[in-house]
Write a protein that binds this ligand. Structure first.
Ligand code: KG4
Ligand code: ZN
Length: 322
């Protein structure tokens, strides 16, 4: 079965083709660099760019996969959460395509899509698993059960983890999205600033206090070293994430740990997870970078499994922002 997966939840026009829920034939992502000059995503602009790029990106995805549109058996598409205008571009496009080809389509929750990046990456997932989803819009901790059902343990009460990276990068006058800039600066910095590790409330996160601490530090130290700020901030965030993982692992007695979402692309996080894994006997599941960031293949994968279980979505299904 050939599945076309589409994600236009935010500022990436992403289309992928996979075979039988596992094999990635193509995974094309067009990032909208236009937003970098504004320091964040402008929703109206994002939707307009999706309209322009969705068709050419789909054509490229099919070409790279070496399949024709007529061979596609199922279309998977993100219908939320995300920016409403952006979501509508992908969802309407997918519905139109499915209708014209007379094939089923399956609407996928973007967060579920991120979790399925694990299914796509690993032949054998060890379940149950504690899964941390860290992206630009979400920070959530789940218990992923044997039947791939997710139990939400906690989420962020304010900023998302990736959002904190983006906002600190903005304070350091770096373009959006800031995560990769922080990572690059941090490589040459030292941990010589004592930012407070936020407290975990049950399993709920909060990043706004840490963000404000960075802001005050920059105001009080106009000659700050941006590399040390980035390094100290990044290490503090990682400390915090590891606290949550350890707490959940202990409480549920689960040593399988999965990390998904854009921030999971961070190499220092991966390095520290590996160190922790040796110490605590964890088995870490973390997809390759291109599957951590928003992509169409993970949506196609989730669509494939959900379609097997529950059949197609109805054409009346709507997009939802939150
Ligand atoms: O999952 P994703 O591609 O899109 C959303 O669903 O939000 O995540 C994007 C987020 C952005 O906040 C970006 O700054 C962050 O992931 N990010 C990183 C890195 N690469 C992307 N954060 C830290 N280190 C990175 N290397
Ligand atoms: Zn995402």
């Amino acid at each position: 079965m050939l599945i076309l997966g589409i994600d236009t939840s935010c500022d990436e026009t992403a289309v992928g083709v996979i075979k039988d829920g596992k094999e990635i034939l193509s995974n094309i992502i067009a990032s909208q660099i236009i937003h970098s000059q504004y320091g964040g995503v402008v929703p109206e602009v994002a939707a307009r760019v999706h309209i322009q790029t969705i068709l050419p990106i789909t054509e490229i995805a099919l070409k790279v996969a070496k399949v024709s549109l007529k061979e596609i058996d199922l279309i998977g598409v993100t219908n939320g959460p995300g920016l409403m205008g952006s979501l509508l571009c992908g969802l309407s496009f997918a519905k139109g395509l499915a209708f014209s080809l007379n094939i089923p389509f399956r609407a996928v929750n973007h967060l579920v899509g991120h979790i399925y990046s694990l299914v796509l990456e690993y032949e054998n997932l060890s379940l149950p698993m504690i899964v941390l989803l860290i992206s630009g819009g979400h920070t959530e901790l789940y218990l992923l059960k044997e039947n791939l059902e997710c139990q939400l343990l906690g989420e962020t009460l304010d900023d998302a983890c990736g959002e904190a990276f983006d906002k600190v990068a903005k304070m350091l006058k770096k373009p959006y999205p800031g995560g990769p800039y922080i990572e690059r600066l941090a490589k040459e910095g030292k941990r010589n600033i004592n930012f407070p590790i936020p407290t975990l409330k049950n399993y709920n996160f909060s990043f706004s206090g840490l963000k404000t601490a960075v802001l005050y530090y920059l105001k009080e130290n106009p000659t700050y070293n941006e590399k040390d700020v980035a390094h100290s901030f990044q290490e503090t965030v990682i400390d915090y994430l590891l606290v949550a993982i350890n707490k959940a692992s202990e409480e549920f007695n689960i040593k399988n740990i999965g990390i998904v979402g854009g921030v999971a692309a961070n190499e220092r996080l991966r390095e520290r997870l590996n160190i922790l894994a040796k110490d605590k006997n964890y088995q870490i599941f973390i997809p390759k970078k291109e599957l951590c960031l928003d992509n169409g293949a993970m949506i196609a994968c989730a669509a494939y499994y959900q379609y097997q279980k529950e059949g197609p979505s109805d054409f009346s299904i709507e997009a939802f922002a939150n």
